[in-house]
Design a protein around this ligand. Structure first.
Ligand code: 3PG
Length: 207
């Protein structure tokens, strides 16, 4: 099994996707892959999310699919059963952390404060999601964590764009960023996989 820190190194950008139609899952993953992206985070915000994870696993080779927006009891286990390769949470509670740990999957738990980050470091976690990155302090905030918390690496997510991603990726404690811009709703609705491939290519170049 992969370590959580390895998840941060799969691609410079983790596409955070919201799918309303499970049939979009495989062509979306393939378009991202053609653009050079090797992972996709399917958020558990829609009724088809678990099916989307299953479809990507079954139909697309060579992409690591994660499950995001894990917030409710039982979701971590359901995502593991659907074949998720890693789990992402927007924040952390003890219950959530215990449920995620029970799956034995690598995880990127969400934090937005120093104390939250320290609490997870005490549990041995080294790879964290910084969420919501821009509203929570952005690049200057994360930069100021690198000196007191050098053992922690972050995937900032929330408000990241092609314009600001490079500034995050230049920080010593940032190994990748997450963002929804790679899978715009309009492109999904139209099946504009070429546009998504182009966005993926541009995102890979940021790294
Ligand atoms: C989310 O949970 O929706 C992610 O943080 C994506 O945020 P973004 O839409 O600002 O990229």
């Amino acid at each position: 099994m992969r370590a959580a820190t390895d998840i941060l190194d799969i691609s410079p950008v983790i596409p955070v996707v919201v799918l309303d139609d499970a049939t979009h899952a495989a062509p979306l993953a393939q378009a991202l892959q053609r653009g050079g992206i090797r992972t996709i985070e399917v958020t558990l915000r829609t009724p088809v999310a678990l099916e989307a994870i299953e479809r990507i696993n079954g139909e697309v080779e060579g992409i690591t699919v994660g499950a995001g927006t894990i917030t409710q009891p039982g979701q971590a286990k359901e995502a593991a059963r659907a074949g998720a390769g890693y789990l992402v949470t927007p924040g952390t509670t003890d219950r959530l952390l215990d449920e995620v740990a029970d799956t034995e999957l690598p995880a990127l738990p969400g934090v937005s404060t120093v104390s939250e980050a320290l609490r997870l470091a005490e549990r041995g976690m080294r790879a964290l999601k910084f969420f919501p990155a821009e509203p929570a302090g952005g690049v200057p905030y994360l930069k100021s964590l690198s000196s007191p918390l050098p053992e922690l690496s972050f995937c900032p997510t929330g408000g990241i764009t092609p314009d600001n991603a490079g500034r995050y990726l230049a920080l010593p404690n940032v190994r990748c960023v997450g963002g929804s811009w790679l899978a715009p709703k309009e492109a999904l609705a139209k099946g504009d996989w070429g546009h998504i491939e182009a966005l993926a290519r541009q995102a890979v170049a940021l790294g």
